[in-house]
Design a protein. Sequence first.
Length: 279
Amino acid sequence: MTKTFTEFSTNAILKIGNETLLEEFKDSKSIGLYTFIWATKTPIKVLVDGVPMTIDANQILSLTAIQYFQFIEGNDVIVYQFNREFYCIKDHDKEVGCVGLLFFGNEHIPVITLDANEQHKFAVLHEVFLDELETTDTIQAEMLRMLMARFIIKTTRLLKSTTGEKATLKGTNDTLRHYNLLVESHYKEEHSVTFYAEKLNKSPKTLSNSFAKYAKSPLQIIHDRIVLEAKRQLLYTDKSSKEIAYDIGFDDASHLSRLFKKQTSLTPSEFKKNSKTSA
């Protein structure tokens, strides 16, 4: 069974479920959402970027939205999935952000092992998650984000405590991972694919070819990150649309407004007004 939270004002999505949530991945495809897969009692078998993996009981696998995933078999699985608008729209320390250690900030695909003490703590946190999903009020979204932040902080701490162990598996598309890291570092100043291609010692055409099998082009990733930051500032600061545009590197606020409307079908002002109405 899958429980889903959605937030109209931000297009945020959070899904919590079991192995049935993974049934759509019987064939390998981009997983599309940031994902945690927790084998609670028995091992599960999966393919990540075409590489076979077995996740043992009491282990949690962390995946980025861009990785290719196939679910082979397994039971007693807990799955958390969310998009950038759910978690990444809030400011977080870099270690626990959407390019933190669990996601693009780690050289290898992280698998976190829970000892008996941590198993209990994570089980309690899961029950709080489920309870909060049933509590529909004006602060539900913030509570769910706080719970996910706690989950990510706890798993990041466990990952850091085992950095001396042999890494589990290296991701097969380093170019895509490095590109996302570069965009995260420079999206406020650099809006062209050419800049990032040069940083990766590739031509823009070669870089685009590297993204051919993924759902988004290099330029779309830049635009998505710009719009996400614009949403964050519209929701959580008192800055005007013009101030936000300048902060994100636009000399003319109308350029950001056009991009924002193309991505969301709303102008920045309309988005802010709608978010207040739905709050």
